[in-house]
Write a protein that binds this ligand. Structure first.
Ligand SMILES: Nc1ncnc2c1ncn2[C@@H]1O[C@H](COP(=O)(O)OP(=O)(O)OP(=O)(O)O)[C@@H](O)[C@H]1O
Length: 344
């Protein structure tokens, strides 16, 4: 779906942004240009600074250096309500005793709108977010997905130019999340709003974003469209975080690849890409395929295979050239984050 001509997003420029909590520097010289109507996902493991960057854009955290511009206007020191941005929190931050309608209209009453205008706007929001008839309910009387939509409604009601989303789906179960992702993307495109979405879930980032910004310890490791990051990760950290969690040492560095992109070669078969000799350590059914752990000297990798291979069998492991990501070496930090990336 194309953004509508009535797009109301604005571009956002972040220049050399640094943020510290006390003496701990959390963001280092982050620069990023977001186009009007663009959906950007900030992706990275816990603690890399995603939320801090979002909060700096929202105005809840003051940077120690750098500038933030929205539509060319310097908003670095502007108060949160003067930035044209609205934030949806991970916890939704809904007030337990406030009805859906009151919650959605809250920002408007703060801005001094009269009751009739607020009521009309709230009705629009309820319709837009498929919450019709639920205006009188309290948060406890809603499903997780409905609560999430109420939080969206409260943010969108004030007609922001920039929507800031801090892991807004992390409290939804996996099946609900699937649907909500597509709804969110459709809504953002229909409104033409600029969106910045924090997540540690790479699939979520892939599905939602025009561009993914991978953060590593307060710095941008790579920024680009999902397919570019997937096929051409800039470094070992990005490759690992985007699923190329297998790593084999070669003479000039490492080769990294995804379990589903490598294959066990039949006798005599050739392949355009690196080939390794190994032994199957174990093999487990993973639903529709088998996942073999293959040992190559001191290293072990996981590879998806169509049929079970018995432990102890010698195999030739081939990685198609396009799936073999080569890097000089892998920083220790990427190893630390591996478990998290897989869990996410
Ligand atoms: N108010 C604060 N005071 C001190 N340190 C903080 C504060 N908020 C965050 N930090 C620290 O700053 C670093 C970055 O935190 P941030 O919340 O931005 O990370 P994140 O990438 O969003 O992580 P998560 O996915 O866990 O939310 C972490 O090391 C965190 O402990």
């Amino acid at each position: 779906m194309e953004a509508s001509p009535s797009r109301r997003g604005t571009d956002l420029t972040i220049e050399g942004l640094a943020v510290a909590y006390g003496r701990t520097r959390v963001l280092h010289e982050v620069s990023l240009a977001v186009q009007a109507g663009e959906f950007v996902a900030l992706l990275g493991p816990s603690g890399c600074g995603k939320t801090t960057l979002l909060r700096a854009i929202a105005g809840f955290v003051q940077p120690s250096a750098g500038r933030i511009l929205a539509g060319g206007r310097d908003i670095t020191t502007a108060p949160p309500e003067k930035r044209g941005a609205a934030m949806v929190f991970q916890s939704y931050a809904l007030w337990p005793h406030m009805s859906v309608a009151k919650t959605i209209g809250y920002g408007l009453s703060v801005r001094g709108w009269d009751k009739a205008r607020i009521a009309a706007r709230v009705e629009d929001m309820l319709r837009l977010l498929r919450l019709e008839g639920l205006g009188a309910r309290l948060p406890a009387q809603l499903s997780g997905g409905q609560r999430q939509r109420v939080a969206m409604g409260r943010a969108l009601a004030v007609d922001p130019e920039i929507l800031l989303l801090d892991e807004p789906m992390s409290n939804l179960d996996a099946r609900v999340r699937e649907g909500v992702r597509h709804e969110l993307r459709a809504l953002q495109q229909a409104l033409g709003i600029t969106a910045i979405h924090v997540t540690h879930d790479r699939e979520e980032a892939m599905i939602l974003a025009d561009r993914i910004v991978v953060l590593e310890e307060g710095r941008i490791a790579q920024a680009g469209p999902p397919e570019e990051l997937w096929h051409r990760p800039a470094n070992a950290y990005v490759a690992d975080f985007l699923g190329a969690t297998n790593r084999l040492t070669v003479s000039d560095g490492v080769v990294m690849f995804r379990p589903e992109e490598a294959r066990v070669l039949a006798a005599g078969a050739t392949l355009d890409g690196p080939v390794f000799e190994g032994t199957v350590a174990h093999c487990a059914y993973a639903g529709g395929r088998w996942r073999a752990a293959i040992r190559l000297g001191a290293e072990e990798v996981l590879v998806d295979v169509p049929e079970r291979i018995a432990p102890g069998v010698a195999v030739r492991l081939g990685i198609p050239a396009a799936a073999a990501h080569r890097f000089p070496d892998m920083p220790a930090s990427s190893q630390r984050h591996r478990d998290y990336a897989e869990a996410g």
